[in-house]
Design a protein around this ligand. Structure first.
Ligand SMILES: [Cu+2]
Length: 184
């Protein structure tokens, strides 16, 4: 190997080392700026989860809900067929049909609900949300107030647990996910 070729060989080797070094540095830089790395570093929260965190601030919402008679014993003098309905083999034997007005309320996840339950009737009722472990007794001819928290989104029935009023006396708490709340 002569001196000239030895010099060329060294130059080529140096250029290759330099090229590999540049490639490695570039690759390292690219890796540090991948979305996954940014998310892990907490600098790119917008793509950190599939559902962006909601900016919704839960509020307290107030509702007045009234027990209303639909098909009840007191109406027997008005609708003659009710005697048959409430009779031993009637379609409403042992039952009465009461309702709630309104029969559904809609809120967002995280909201607190203040309910004022009005019972103008001579029957006792309850305002019970079994899935939220909430129960409010509402005695005849009275008003009861209570509060419960809607921790999670979902559809939750509110019922009266008086045997004579099951299964007719019920309504629904619609708890929308906080991501569905209007953003402003
Ligand atoms: Cu009831």
């Amino acid at each position: 190997m002569n001196v000239e070729r030895d010099w060329m060989f060294r130059t080529i080797m140096l250029m290759m080392v330099a090229a590999v070094t540049v490639a490695l540095v570039y690759d390292g830089t690219a890796r540090r700026t991948t979305p996954a790395t940014r998310i892990a570093a907490g600098t790119d929260t917008a793509t950190a989860t599939s559902a962006p965190a909601s900016g919704y601030q839960p509020v307290t919402r107030n509702f007045v809900i009234t027990a209303v008679p639909l098909w009840v014993h007191e109406e027997e003098g008005t609708f003659d067929y009710l005697r048959q309905d409430f009779g031993k083999k009637g379609v409403l034997a042992g039952k009465e049909v009461w309702g709630w007005s309104p029969s559904s309320i809609t809120i967002f996840e995280g909201d607190t609900v203040n309910v004022t339950v009005v019972n103008p009737s001579s029957d006792d009722h309850t305002f019970t949300v079994p899935e939220l472990a909430y129960n409010l007794a509402v005695k005849a001819l009275s008003t009861a107030k209570g509060t419960f928290l809607a921790k999670r989104a979902g559809l939750f029935s509110f019922v009266c647990v008086v045997a004579e009023h099951i299964p007719y006396m019920w309504g629904q708490v619609v708890v929308l996910p906080d991501s569905a709340a209007p953003q402003d």
